[in-house]
Design a protein around this ligand. Structure first.
Ligand SMILES: Cc1ncc(COP(=O)(O)O)c(C=O)c1O
Length: 396
C-alpha cells in the first residue's frame, strides 16, 4: 500500500515536470499531438476541416495505395497481427526473409536485417558495430537516431561541419580508422551529402562509412533505390540504413551490409534481439511498396517536378545547392525563419489558410534556425504548391 512518503515523491515529480513544461511553453518549445481524422494522404482532416498536408514523409503517396493496403490485409489474414516474439525466438516468418532478400537486392547489399523501426535500426546497428575503442565522426546535422546510436555505442564522438569533406578530413587526420556517419539526403535541410568525396577520404584514412538513406530511398537512384546506388557506391559503403516508413509508406527499418555484418547484428544488436519482430502487415506492405517504387518511375518524376516548382517559387534554389553532389533538388524544402516564435507564427498562418506544415524547432534543428519543413509528395497538385508559394511570399 503506497504510504504518504510515496505520494509525496510522486507530487514532487509532477511539480518538477509541470515546471519543465512551463519553461518549454515560455521558450516556444512546447509540443502537442494533433489528432488526424483521416488517412495521411495529401489531403487530411483535423477537427472536421480539410488541410493540404505538407508534413508527411509519404513522398510517393504509397501510404494509402490500394495495392499496399491489400497486401497488408492479406498478410494479416494469413499470418495474424503480430510477430509475437523476438526474431531469434519464433518471431521470424518467411515474410521477414523475403523482404530482407528483396531489400538487399534493391539496395545492392549482400545482406539485410529488418528492424521494427528505422530508429531501432540505427540504435541497434551502431551500438553493435561501434564500441569504446572506436571514434565516431558524425555530420553536425545527423538525425537523433544516429546521435543516440553513437552515444549508446560508448564510442568517442566527434562532429564535422555539415556536408563539409574538408572538415571531415581534418578530423580524420587526427583519428584515422574511425567510423564516419552521415545521412545521404538530410531530413530537415533537404540537401545531399557529398558521398563520393567521403568515399575517397575514407579510403585514404581507412575509415568506415555508415550512411542513413531514410529519406533518399524511393526518391533518388535507379528505380528509387537511393543515393548510394545513384552514384554506384554500394561496394564502398560499409553500412546502409533505410526505413520502410517514409517513401515506402509503411513501418519498419533495415540495415544493409556484408553477410558477416548482418550475422553480427543478429548476434549482438540489442534492439534487434530484444524486441518483437516486425509485424506481418508491415512486411507485406513493404514488399508491395518496393515493387511499386521500382516499376512506377513517374511518381518520382512528378515528386521532383513539384519539389522544383516549390523550391523555385520560394527562391530557395541557391541556398540548398550542393555543388559537389550535383543534386540540387529534393522533396524536403526547409523555409528557415530563425526564431521559434516566428516559426510558430508562420505555421499558424499556414494552418489558417488550410495548409498543415508544423514548425520545426530545437532540438530537432539548431537554435536560431527554426523553420517550416515542407515535405512534397507525388500526390500534391500544382495548385497546392502555388498556394504555398503565394502565402509565403505574402508573409515575407
Ligand atoms: C534520417 C532519419 N533516420 C532515421 C529515422 C527513423 O526512422 P523511423 O521513422 O522508421 O523510425 C528518421 C525518421 O524520422 C530519419 O529522418
Amino acid at each position: 500500500m503506497p504510504g504518504p512518503y510515496n505520494s509525496e515523491i510522486k507530487n514532487m515529480l509532477n511539480e518538477k515536470l509541470k515546471s519543465n513544461i512551463e519553461k518549454l511553453r515560455a521558450d516556444n518549445l512546447y509540443r502537442t499531438l494533433r489528432v488526424m481524422e483521416s488517412a495521411p494522404g495529401a489531403r487530411v482532416m483535423f477537427e472536421g476541416k480539410k488541410y493540404v498536408n505538407f508534413a508527411s514523409n509519404n513522398y510517393l503517396g504509397l501510404a494509402c495505395d490500394e495495392r499496399l493496403k491489400g497486401a497488408a490485409k492479406k498478410a494479416v489474414d494469413e499470418w495474424g497481427t503480430g510477430a509475437t516474439a523476438s526474431r531469434l525466438l519464433g518471431g521470424t516468418f518467411g515474410l521477414h526473409s523475403k523482404i530482407e532478400k528483396v531489400l538487399g537486392d534493391f539496395k545492392r547489399f549482400e545482406a539485410c536485417a529488418v528492424f521494427p523501426s528505422g530508429y531501432q535500426a540505427n540504435l541497434g546497428a551502431m551500438s553493435a558495430l561501434m564500441g569504446p575503442e572506436d571514434t565516431v565522426i558524425l555530420d553536425r546535422y545527423c538525425h537523433a537516431s544516429l546521435v543516440d546510436g553513437a552515444r549508446l555505442s560508448k564510442s568517442k564522438l566527434r562532429v564535422f561541419k555539415h556536408n563539409n569533406p574538408t572538415d571531415l578530413e581534418k578530423i580524420l587526420k587526427r583519428h584515422p580508422k574511425s567510423w564516419v556517419v552521415t545521412e545521404s539526403l538530410f531530413s530537415m535541410d533537404g540537401d545531399v551529402a557529398p558521398l563520393k568525396e567521403y568515399v575517397e577520404i575514407a579510403k585514404q584514412y581507412q575509415a568506415r562509412l555508415y550512411v542513413d538513406e531514410a529519406h533518399a530511398t524511393g526518391v533518388f537512384g535507379p528505380k528509387g533505390s537511393g543515393l548510394i546506388n545513384e552514384w554506384g557506391l554500394e561496394s564502398k559503403i560499409d553500412v546502409c540504413m533505410g526505413t520502410l516508413s517514409k517513401a515506402l509508406g509503411g513501418q519498419g527499418g533495415y540495415i544493409g551490409g556484408s553477410r558477416e555484418l548482418i550475422e553480427w547484428i543478429h548476434n549482438s544488436s540489442r534492439s534487434f534481439i530484444y524486441s518483437t519482430g516486425l509485424n506481418p502487415g508491415s512486411l507485406a506492405s513493404a514488399l508491395a511498396a518496393v515493387v511499386v517504387c521500382m516499376t512506377e518511375p513517374t511518381r518520382r518524376e512528378r515528386l521532383l517536378f513539384l519539389s522544383e516548382r516549390l523550391r523555385m517559387g520560394l527562391g530557395l534554389q541557391s541556398k540548398i545547392k550542393n555543388q559537389k553532389s550535383k543534386i540540387f533538388n529534393s522533396p524536403i524544402i526547409p523555409f528557415v525563419v530563425g526564431s521559434e516564435e516566428k516559426a510558430l507564427h508562420l505555421a499558424k498562418v499556414l494552418w489558417e489558410a488550410g495548409i498543415y506544415a508544423p514548425a520545426i524547432r530545437p532540438p530537432t534543428v539548431p537554435k536560431g534556425t527554426s523553420r517550416i519543413r515542407f515535405s512534397v509528395t507525388s500526390d500534391h497538385t500544382e495548385q497546392d504548391i502555388d498556394r504555398v508559394i503565394e502565402i509565403l511570399n505574402k508573409w515575407r
